[in-house]
Design a protein around this ligand. Structure first.
Ligand SMILES: O=C(O)c1ccccc1N[C@@H]1O[C@H](COP(=O)(O)O)[C@@H](O)[C@H]1O
Length: 200
């Protein structure tokens, strides 16, 4: 089955529900996000869940992000420079590396694929915009660890599943309101992913 990351978790009860259904639990610890929580929240969440927890960050030094919590994964949600990509290779840590879904980032995508063995997240170039599905479709075929996020909802999830990504990443599409998750939406999303598997 296509794996699922539920992201933007900022309440313990949401983390517990997410851990019953998702493969990865994302926590955004960057103040740029309305879903921001302090990195310490990750260490608390880890006492309540049995799924890997991802620390999602936009800004900051890689070394600081790696060391600020006990997260199982670090997701750097920005385009890295070559020095930073080399730096990542020196850590015994799992990363999720963001690549914007635009043709102009193809060589960046290839650099990450060729140099690292980490999960890749294709997401829209700008937060809130829809991800480029044509570009994503091609890249998903080129590397087996590619996930896709960016505006996935109960109404459009089939468009994303049809690209056959390794994993999908959903935040705003499973919310009641900004930063609070809707447990019913989470469950219905998982049902859709399971149904999709049975169609294939
Ligand atoms: O979720 C956020 O607030 C956020 C802020 C800054 C960088 C990344 C963020 N979230 C990541 O984006 C994907 C897709 O989100 P959405 O489903 O389109 O709302 C999310 O899963 C996080 O990985």
């Amino acid at each position: 089955m296509i794996k699922i990351k539920f992201c933007g978790i900022s309440h313990i009860e949401d983390a517990i529900v997410a851990s019953n259904y998702a493969d990865l639990i994302g926590v955004v610890t960057d103040p740029v996000s309305p879903r921001f929580v302090k990195p310490e929240f990750i260490d608390i969440v880890k006492n309540f869940v049995n799924k890997p927890v991802v620390n999602v960050k936009v800004k900051g030094k890689i070394n600081d992000i790696v060391n600020e919590s006990k997260a199982d994964y670090v997701q750097i949600h920005r385009v890295l420079d070559m020095e930073e990509i080399e730096d990542i290779l020196s850590y015994n840590k799992k990363f999720i590396l963001y690549v914007p879904s635009s043709e102009k980032y193809y060589s960046y995508f290839k650099t990450i694929v060729n140099k690292t063995n980490h999960l890749i997240l294709i997401d829209s170039e700008k937060k809130g915009e829809k991800v480029n599905l044509e570009v994503s479709k091609i890249w998903i075929k080129e590397y087996d660890k590619v996930g896709i996020g960016g505006g996935i909802t109960l109404n459009n999830i089939e468009e994303f599943l049809s690209l056959n990504p390794y994993w999908i990443d959903i935040s705003s599409g499973i919310e009641k309101y900004k930063s609070k998750k809707d447990h019913d939406k989470m469950i219905r999303i998982v049902e859709k992913v399971k149904e999709w598997k049975s169609i294939l």
